[in-house]
Design a protein around this ligand. Structure first.
Ligand code: ADP
Length: 224
């Protein structure tokens, strides 16, 4: 079934290293989606050393999930403006317990998710990619040494800040995060496949970035 072009309220799923955040950034730039990136919001709270940041820091460092109650708190603070338009959720919901939280926000802010998009890559490919990942500590832009290098080595294209490796991108933590994805995200995807199969889309994330992006646009029903 073809969607109206493109859907307004999208959730993007993909294992760590699938490239979902780079896709989300590009979709935001092209279609004006407001990006709701819980991982980035959590890292920003840690950088600010605010109360929430202090409570979540150890979870992120271990690659473990933050408790659902804190994610709710985070979104309450970031999602309360009425009149929401074009939202793209990246990193939420991440547990079956967060599925009803999303439904609660849908009711409260009066929107309905109209596409659940999964970027599919194998666990092995994802692990290989993550070791080359870099992030800008200032604006959160993500890069990859091979697949998506910055114009100047190790430097953010947007603001010239020196890029860093995320503390949760070390080998042991990377494997753990993959396991967390298998344990928590796969059941969520099953849930939506059963509940609303016509809203679910999959794209093959094991291609060069531009090809994945082109497939994503087609999956969203965008022509041309
Ligand atoms: P990735 O998708 O590469 O794991 P994210 O930036 O989405 O990166 O998330 C980084 C970390 O932030 C996760 O490993 C987890 O600790 C935490 N996190 C992000 N979103 C959630 C969420 N919805 N629920 C629980 N923890 C989360």
């Amino acid at each position: 079934m073809a969607h109206p072009v493109p859907p307004d309220f999208v959730v993007i799923f993909g294992r760590p290293g699938s490239g979902k955040s780079s896709l989300a950034e590009r979709m935001g730039a092209e279609f004006g989606y407001n990006l709701i990136r819980t991982g980035e919001m959590l890292r920003a709270a840690i950088r600010r050393h605010d109360f929430l940041g202090q409570r979540v820091e150890s979870h992120l460092a271990k690659g473990d999930l933050v408790p659902d109650s804190l994610i709710f708190e985070l979104l309450e603070a970031n999602l309360k403006s009425p009149g929401v338009s074009r939202l793209l959720f990246d990193g939420f919901p991440r547990t079956l317990g967060q599925v009803p939280l999303l439904e609660q926000f849908e009711r409260r802010l009066d929107f309905r998710i109209d596409c659940y998009l999964e970027v599919v890559v194998s666990r092995e490919e994802a692990v290989a990619r993550m070791t080359g990942r870099r992030v800008c500590p200032k604006c959160g832009a993500t890069y990859h040494l091979i697949a998506r290098p910055p114009k100047v080595a190790e430097t953010c294209d947007r603001d010239g800040t020196r890029l860093e490796r995320r503390p949760d991108d070390t080998a042991q933590v990377v494997e753990f995060r993959q396991q967390v994805y298998d344990d928590h995200a796969l059941p969520i995807l099953d849930h939506y496949e059963r509940k609303c199969p016509d809203l679910c889309r999959k794209v093959d994330g094991a291609q060069p970035f531009e090809a994945v992006y082109a497939e994503t646009r087609r999956a969203l029903g965008v022509r041309g």
